[in-house]
Design a protein around this ligand. Structure first.
Ligand SMILES: O=C(CO)[C@@H](O)[C@H](O)[C@H](O)[C@H](O)COP(=O)(O)O
Ligand SMILES: [Zn+2]
Length: 196
């Protein structure tokens, strides 16, 4: 096995996908920035969730809002729903894993808040149920998906924002998701602090 060739192929595929994504994702990502900025400057908050690598992405994004991104600014209101092991194990154990995020959306979500939901397949049931809860609580939904958007793509409202990465492999989709989350942080900071 030629490992260097395999690794080069990862770079080639990623570069091609980044170029394709550049054609389709800037406009919906700008809409995601606007939704986050509007919520954060109107006493709202962002709830973020995902499974596996997307859980890491959700908490990475939230850390950059609550802590900082590139520049010093006031802390911004955001919570990752996949980080509290007591909530995850209690709700998972008592009601089922499908409810681990929706239970928290129902506990914390207010009209005008943002749910940032991440699922590369668009088919994770706990993320779908979180979106249903957010929609019923009149929150804005920003969904990061791939693989055509799956069930999540089909359930989003006109007013929701869908960032669907045009690829079928989870790892490639995640690589674009993290760029999009950084672009959203950068856009929020640019709106708050001006261009760098
Ligand atoms: O990071 C990876 C694969 O790159 C995995 O941990 C992956 O996130 C998990 O299999 C998730 O459960 C996949 O869920 P989803 O993206 O389809 O909602
Ligand atoms: Zn991964």
């Amino acid at each position: 096995m030629d490992l260097s060739a395999r690794i080069s192929a990862h770079f080639r595929d990623a570069i091609a996908l980044f170029e394709q994504s550049q054609d389709v994702l800037p406009a919906p990502t700008a809409a995601a920035v606007d939704a986050c900025f509007h919520t954060l400057t109107n006493n709202g908050k962002i709830l973020a969730c995902g499974n596996g690598g997307s859980a890491a992405d959700a908490q990475h994004f939230v850390a950059e809002l609550v802590g900082r991104f590139e520049r010093e600014r006031l802390p911004l209101a955001a919570i990752a729903l996949n980080t509290d092991t007591s909530i995850l194990t209690a709700v998972g154990n008592d009601f089922g894993y499908d409810r681990v995020f929706s239970q928290q959306v129902n506990a914390l979500g207010q009209p005008g808040d943002v749910l940032l939901a991440i699922s590369t397949s668009g088919n994770s049931t706990n993320v779908i149920q979180a979106i249903e809860a957010a929609q019923s609580r009149e929150m804005h939904v920003i969904a990061l998906t791939g693989k055509g958007g799956g069930q999540i793509g089909a359930m989003l409202a006109e007013t929701d924002v869908h960032l669907c990465v045009p690829h079928d492999r989870t790892l490639r989709i995640q690589e674009v998701h993290i760029l999009l989350l950084h672009a959203i942080c950068d856009g929020i900071d640019a709106q708050l602090l001006g261009d760098m």
